[in-house]
Each structure stands twice: as structure tokens, then as C-alpha cells.
Design a protein around this ligand. Structure first.
Ligand SMILES: NC(=O)c1ccc[n+]([C@@H]2O[C@H](COP(=O)([O-])OP(=O)(O)OC[C@H]3O[C@@H](n4cnc5c(N)ncnc54)[C@H](OP(=O)(O)O)[C@@H]3O)[C@@H](O)[C@H]2O)c1
Length: 239
């Protein structure tokens, strides 16, 4: 996909989807920095990736201690990427999650906003500086097909994941003449250990596999995807 030698930042790299995306980038020959809140989880990821992470003198994976919602920390992460690899080509905004919450539970809604929106907007704002300077960038975020319609107990999730879709459209429109694309993938249920535990009677072979989503994310952050921007792309497996 033309990702050899390119540099990507991944948020949520310690999660199930994030681990698959980081692996695919490294397999494609890209350099990856992932912003981690919990160093131990970052080190476990490094361990799991084995030789793909490179050597101490030629590190292909960089773990940066940074909460993606913290602008100063993300600015420092971007600087570190530029110092090491001299470029920043792609950002995969994968941090986020699902929390139950009624439509009158403002605290729950704010937590979902912080997890699903603040992380993506903050990481993007930090990455845009070098991307705009170079007139090249690829940004992908994660929404959810499940959030296209609100549910009685998923107010914050539906609100925040819908917001990511509208925000992606705005971002794409704002950057359309600057060589930077912005898209959002919409998974259904990801084949994730937590989903298997929560839904023991479901058939997980129908769910989208993390590797399948990773393939879509890699394409959207590749040079070849220059013609796709402002799109919300369902990646739903076999449901
Ligand atoms: N699982 C699904 O069925 C499903 C379906 C549709 C969409 N999605 C979306 O896909 C993305 C990846 O999810 P996943 O399935 O890989 O989940 P996961 O295994 O729980 O991983 C979530 C990742 O996001 C990070 N994260 C969570 N809340 C955060 C916050 N408030 N601030 C900063 N980082 C935070 C976690 O960091 P820590 O390791 O530090 O906690 C972790 O790296 C999420 O945006 C999720 O909403 C998932």
C-alpha cells in the first residue's frame, strides 16, 4: 500500500483494534508511534510484536507516554516522531470505548465525549501542524454503525460516535485543498474478548475481525487513498 518508510501515529494502540493496526503498519514497513496512558500495556504490546519493533538503534515502534486527550503531551509526541523519523504521514484515532448511560446522565455523556471525541480532536490538532506544513496527511477515526441510532442506554455512545462522523466531514472539508484526507470507519461489533464475554450466545464469526478493520484503516491512510475523504465507511464483517 505504499506505506514503506512512512510514519504513523496510532492512539488506542494498546486495545484490541489498536494492536492489530499497529501490527499491520509494521508489517507494511511503516514506523509507528503509539500514545499510551499505561506504560505496562505499551510494553506488553512491544513484547507481543517481537522482531517487528526493530532494534534499539533502528526502532520501528515508539511508545510515547501520552494521553491522546492531552494536547501538550500529543504535541510532544509529534515532535518526537519528527525528530526520529523526519515525517508524519498518518494518524489513526482508535482510542475510545463504550459506556452505558441514559439520556439524562450528563456525567456518563461527558465521559463518552472525552473518550471518543476529545481524544480524536486533540490528537488530530497536534498532528495537523506538520501535516499542513508538508501538505500531506491521512487521518482515520473510528465511529460505529451501532451509534447511527440512539438507544435508551447508549446516549453518550451514540452522541459521541455520531459526532465523530460529522466532525470528520468538517475536517475533510476544511482540509480538502491541503493534501490531507479525513475519513471514519464504522465497525459493527468487533470480535473482541469483551464482546464474546458479554454475548456468549452470539456467533462471533459474523463480527468484523480486528485484522479486517485494520486492512481498511491501512488503505485509508495510504497514499493510494488520495481520492477518498469525508467518507464514513461501514466495515461490518458478516452481520
Ligand atoms: N469493540 C467493539 O465492538 C467496537 C465497535 C465499534 C467501535 N469500536 C471503537 O473501536 C475503537 C477501538 O476499540 P477496541 O475494541 O480496540 O477497544 P479496547 O480494546 O477497549 O481498546 C480501547 C483503546 O482506547 C484507549 N482508550 C479508551 N478510553 C480512553 C480514554 N478515555 N482516553 C484515552 N484512551 C482511551 C484504551 O487505552 P488504555 O489501554 O489506556 O485503556 C485502549 O488503547 C474505539 O474507538 C471503540 O469505540 C469498538
Amino acid at each position: 500500500m505504499g506505506l514503506e518508510g512512512r510514519a504513523a501515529i496510532v492512539t488506542g494502540g494498546t486495545g484490541v483494534l489498536g494492536r492489530a493496526v499497529v501490527r499491520r503498519y509494521l508489517e507494511a514497513g511503516a514506523h509507528v508511534a503509539t500514545a499510551v496512558r499505561d506504560r505496562a500495556k505499551g510494553e506488553a504490546l512491544r513484547e507481543e510484536l517481537g522482531e517487528l519493533v526493530g532494534t534499539p538503534n533502528d526502532a520501528r515502534l515508539l511508545l510515547v507516554d501520552a494521553d491522546p486527550a492531552d494536547r501538550a503531551a500529543m504535541d510532544a509526541a509529534v515532535e518526537e516522531v519528527l525528530r526520529r523519523w523526519g515525517r508524519l504521514d498518518a494518524l489513526a484515532n482508535l482510542a475510545g470505548g463504550y459506556d452505558r448511560g441514559t439520556p439524562w446522565d450528563l456525567d456518563a455523556m461527558e465521559r463518552q465525549w472525552a473518550a471518543n471525541v476529545r481524544t480524536a480532536v486533540t490528537a488530530t490538532a497536534a498532528c495537523l501542524r506538520p501535516m499542513r506544513a508538508r501538505a500531506y496527511g491521512r487521518i482515520v477515526s473510528v465511529g460505529s454503525v451501532g451509534a447511527e441510532r440512539g438507544g435508551a442506554e447508549s446516549a453518550g455512545y451514540a452522541m459521541s460516535k455520531s459526532a465523530i462522523v460529522r466532525w470528520t466531514e468538517s475536517l475533510a472539508a476544511a482540509l480538502k485543498d491541503e493534501g490531507i484526507t479525513a475519513n471514519v470507519v464504522l465497525p459493527s461489533i468487533i470480535d473482541h474478548p469483551v464482546n464474546r464475554e458479554r454475548m456468549p450466545k452470539a456467533d462471533p464469526t459474523k463480527w468484523v475481525r480486528p485484522e479486517e478493520l485494520a486492512a481498511a484503516i491501512l488503505f485509508l491512510t495510504s497514499p493510494e487513498a488520495s481520492g477518498v475523504t469525508g467518507a464514513a465507511i461501514p466495515v461490518v464483517g458478516r452481520v
